[in-house]
Write a protein that binds this ligand. Sequence first.
Ligand code: ADP
Ligand code: MG
Length: 192
Amino acid sequence: MRKKRQSSRGRLTVIAGPMFSGKTSKLVAMVEVFTRMGYKVLTVKPKLDDRYGGKDEIHSHDHKKTPAIIVDGETPEAIIEKIVTTRADKVIFDEVQFFDKEKVMRVIDVLRKRGIHVIAAGLLYDYQRKPFGSTPDLLGLADERLELFAICQKCGSLARHTERVSGGKGQIVVGAANMYIASCEKCHRIYK
Ligand code: ADP
Ligand code: MG
């Protein structure tokens, strides 16, 4: 049953966790359920995320997927125009840390002021265990928070970090299992 969009401020749900913790799988499941309930969902991913051939879909490591629009991380305002044409009730961001921090936080605020429920998934920490983009701040603002864990690929305990095994500098280096593993606090290494 589709509920009427509320005139009150939209909720913010944040899903945070390292790579392989199930963020995208969770988003795909949410899209399925919300759509079945009659909500109109708009899923957004940053242009930078060109894994899986840069297709207009989000794609989990266990091959679940759902359609998404690709938005330049430097101009997330484009989402606001899309809202008018798609009449979405819910906007889902995957890889939110790749969008310009100030701009995406402003856009999320505008969406919420329009009564839209925003769901944002992202990495809390980068490969150096430093805060990554807007994710930590969004987590602080969230009405609903979900912190996910992966499995440490070195010792099998719960992993909250992403280890760049391929080496390479710069906070943003897009890659999947060929470049990154999940690791726990104890096992995590930063390669120079
Ligand atoms: P995220 O979007 O957080 O990177 P995904 O939803 O794309 O995560 O992928 C989650 C899937 O990744 C799991 O269901 C599992 O099949 C797979 N996977 C691969 N490596 C790991 C790991 N170290 N810990 C947990 N799941 C892993
Ligand atoms: Mg993902």
